[in-house]
Design a protein around this ligand. Sequence first.
Ligand code: AMP
Ligand code: ZN
Length: 478
Amino acid sequence: MRPPHARHEENDMRIYNTLSRQIEEFVPREEGKVKMYTCGPTVYNFAHIGNLRTYMMEDVLEKYLRYVGYDVTRVMNITDIGHLSSDADSGEDKMLLGAKREHKTVLELAKFYTDAFFKDCEELHIKKPDVVQPATGCIDEFIKVISSLIEKGYAYLAGGNVYFDTSKLKEYHVFFNFKEDDLEVGVREGVDEDGNKRNKNDFVLWFTKSKFEDQALKWESPWGVGYPGWHIECSCIAMKYLGEYVDIHCGGIDNVFPHHTNEIAQSEAYLGHKWCNYWFHVLHLNTQGGKMSKSSGGFLTLSKMKEDGFTPMEYRFFCLLSHYRKSLIYSEDNLANAANAYKKLKAKVQALPEGAVDEAGFARYKKQFTDALDNDLNTSLAITALYDVLKAKDIGGGTARALVADFEKVLSLGLFEKEEQKESSGGIAAEEIEQLIAERAAAKKAKNYAEADRIRAYLAEKGVTLTDTPNGTTYKIG
Ligand code: AMP
Ligand code: ZN
C-alpha cells in the first residue's frame, strides 16, 4: 500500500537501497522534506576524478530530489582527523603523512585541500551542501556520544583506546547480504590485528595511545588526551544537523564496509532506533589498470585532466552517460569520445531559438526525463531524453529550448554557457598554478621526476616560470 504521504504517481522516485539490495520507492519520513547525508573527502591530497564521480552522482540525486519538489537539507563532513591509512583502524594517520610530505601543519593541509576540493566541485557544477562540517569542529559531540555508548555498555576501554563492542548488537552486519565481491575492487589493505579488540570487527571510537609521537591534533577527553576514530564523525555530524533520523545517506561503494556498517552500529546503539532508511552508493571509477586510489598516488586530478585538453563539463557528461551503479572505466579514448559528443550536443543546444512553448509537448518530454530519473536515477536515459528533444519533429525550437533549460536544473552540463574566459595573463588561473605547484612537489617527493618536469614544462608553455627555494616554489608570469 502506498504510504499516506507519498507523492502523486508520476513523480514516484524509485531508488536502489543497499540495505535491502532492492530498488524501492523513495519515501522520506517527513512529507516533502529530505534529510540527506554525504560522506565528505579526506583532505590530505587532491580529490581524484573517481572521488569526483561519486560527488557528481550525489549532486544529481540531490538536484533531482529538489527538482521533483522536495525541500532537501544536505550535510557533508570534512575528514580532517582520525582517518588512518587502513580502514581497519591501523596504519598511519593520512593527515599527518600529508602534512609531513608538504611541510605544512595538519590544519594548513586541511584548508588547502578543502579549498581545492570545493574549487573542483564548482568547476564540475557540484552544488555545495547546505552544511559542510570539518570533524575538528565537533570534538564535544564525539565525546558526548562516546561517553553515552560506554554508559550503555556498547563501548569499552582497552589499551588506552575506546572501542565499540560489536558483540553487543543483535545484528552488526546490517549490509549482511553484501558480498565482498560486489565491491569490485579490494578495499582492505594491510590489516594489522589490534590485540586490544575483543571482537574482530570492533572499531576505535577514541584513540589516546597514538602510534605517532608527533600526532599533531589532540584533545582532552574523559579517557585521556587523544583524537577520535574516523567512523564516529559522520554519525555525530549527521545527528548534530539532521537530528535523530537521516532519509538518505550517500557515499562511494568502498564506504559500505567498514565505514557505513560502523556508522549504523554506533548510531543505532546510541539512538535506540533505526537511523537511516536509504543507502545510496556509487560504484567506482577505475582505470584500465584497476582501482584509482588517493593513497596509492597513481591517480588523475581534475587539473591534470584539463591539461590533457578536457573540460570539467566534458567529464561531467562522460560520468552522466553511465549509470551510477555500474563501475566506470576511465581511459583517455573513452573520455575523448564523450567530449566530442558533448561539443556537438552543446552546439545544437546553443543553436535552439527562443520561442513559444507548447505545454503539451513540454509535458510529454518532461515525463520521459522524469521517468528516466525516477528509475533509479538513470542519467543515461535522461540524456537520451535530451537527445530526443533535440531530434523531435513534434515540438518547436522554443519548446525544445525550454525543455533543455528545465533538464539542466538536474544535469548541470553547462549547455547554455558560453566558452570560459581564462583569468590570468598567462592564460591560466592563479588557483590552477598553485594546484600544479603542489602536484609537482608531490611528484618530486614520490621521485616521479618525469611528472615534475612535465608540470614545469606545461607551466612554462603558459608563460609561468617556477623557482625552487628552500621555503618552497615561487612563480612568475610572463
Ligand atoms: P576519500 O576522500 O578517500 O574519503 O573519498 C571520498 C569519496 O570518494 C568517498 O565517498 C569514496 O567512497 C569515494 N571514492 C573513493 N575512490 C573512488 C573511486 N575510484 N571512484 C569513485 N568514488 C570513489
Ligand atoms: Zn562517513
